[in-house]
Design a protein around this ligand. Structure first.
Ligand code: MCF
Ligand code: ZN
Length: 328
């Protein structure tokens, strides 16, 4: 059996970023929208660098307009994840894209996404939960509107609050109000840091937002004191090796710090981020890690146990995930 066949837990997936290009092209045709510039000649997504990636992401997402579109997206994404052996997934969904920050519109999108997720769970056994995500380069005011949407819908399905986007804009602490509001609503917290922002952004995320997980966080490796702090505080990193290589952080998987972080005792997990953008899948990530570092079935079993422990879901769901990992 190949390690790629193992059951998997994925904690870092952007909902629109997981959209197959053929699905987005189909929606664009139905809506007579010209978004041809987001595609390359091979039919994949085309971008040159990180900031360009963010704008292509938004252009591709512009054809996703209605709750029904998001239901179809959810079905397409979960079919692909299930085919990759993912048994539990947490997806980043943003009120900025789903209703523009309006709470009642947001509820409609969420309802459509959840219905599609329930159907996918019945069909494929995959469990999905949502992490409401604000977009850093949209600024703190939009983040407050997203936080309100998150707080109003916090519960069994919306389990967390997070932030993605351009780390070059502002500071983590600018978003403290949104994080305080969602923490008080009982949500678990994560933020993208230590990707393009360097180790200082991870320190800011811990100090100013008090998160329990970090999206990426890999550049913590540049600061030994910070690595020790991650270990001491038992903070889990949502590591996306393939994404980091495609966006130019590291030249290849062998140069990626995931092995060194793991050796230092940091809780690391593995996810795809925006799989079709980065030409990856969960199966591919496992194969690449196996080839680069020799990780075997026991290593991946430990990795998935760490991910299940760090999942933002309730304890009943966590027990179901652990069972799926054990019985497979
Ligand atoms: O993790 C990657 C790269 N780093 C930062 N942000 C993002 C990544 N993929 C998507 N994002 C952002 C992007 O700004 O998350 C938002 C996008 O608009 C969507 S959250 C549902
Ligand atoms: Zn991400």
């Amino acid at each position: 059996m190949s390690v790629a066949d193992l059951p998997k837990v994925e904690l870092h997936l952007h909902h629109e970023g997981a959209a197959p290009p053929a699905f987005i092209r189909q929606l664009a045709a139905e809506k007579k929208a010209d978004i041809s510039k987001v595609f390359n000649d091979q039919g994949g997504y085309a971008f040159n660098d990180f900031v360009h990636f963010l704008s292509v992401y938004e252009a591709a997402t512009s054809v996703l307009k209605t709750p029904e579109d998001y239901a179809r997206l959810t079905t397409a994404v979960l079919e692909e994840s299930a085919a990759n052996g993912v048994v539990y997934s947490e997806t980043f969904i943003s009120p900025d894209f789903c209703g523009g920050g309006d709470v009642s519109a947001w509820r409609e999108y969420l309802h459509a996404i959840q219905e599609a997720a329930d159907a996918a769970e019945k069909a494929h056994g995959i469990i999905l939960r949502g992490v409401v995500t604000c977009v850093r380069h949209f600024g703190p005011e939009k983040a407050k509107a997203s936080a309100l949407c998150a707080a109003e819908t916090a519960g069994d399905w919306i389990t967390g609050f997070g932030m993605g986007g351009d780390e070059g804009q502002g500071h983590q602490g600018d978003f403290a109000y949104a994080y305080d509001m969602t923490r008080e609503a009982g949500l678990k917290l994560t933020t993208h840091a230590g990707e393009f922002g360097g180790p200082e952004s991870v320190r800011e995320a811990i100090r100013d937002l008090n998160v329990e997980r970090i999206g990426h966080g890999v550049r913590s490796i540049e600061d030994a004191g910070l690595v020790q702090e991650l270990v001491d505080r038992q903070i889990t990193l949502e590591v996306c090796p393939g994404s980091n290589v495609v966006l130019g952080l590291y030249p290849n998987i062998a140069a990626h710090p995931i092995q060194r972080l793991r050796d230092a005792g940091v809780r690391v997990t593995v996810s795809t981020d925006d799989p079709p953008f980065f030409g990856t899948t969960m199966r591919r990530e496992y194969d690449m890690l196996n080839q680069a570092f020799g990780w075997d079935a026991d290593d991946f079993a430990a990795l998935n146990k760490t991910a299940a422990e760090a999942a933002f879901c309730d304890e009943d769901t966590r027990a179901r995930i652990l069972q799926k990992l054990e019985t497979a």
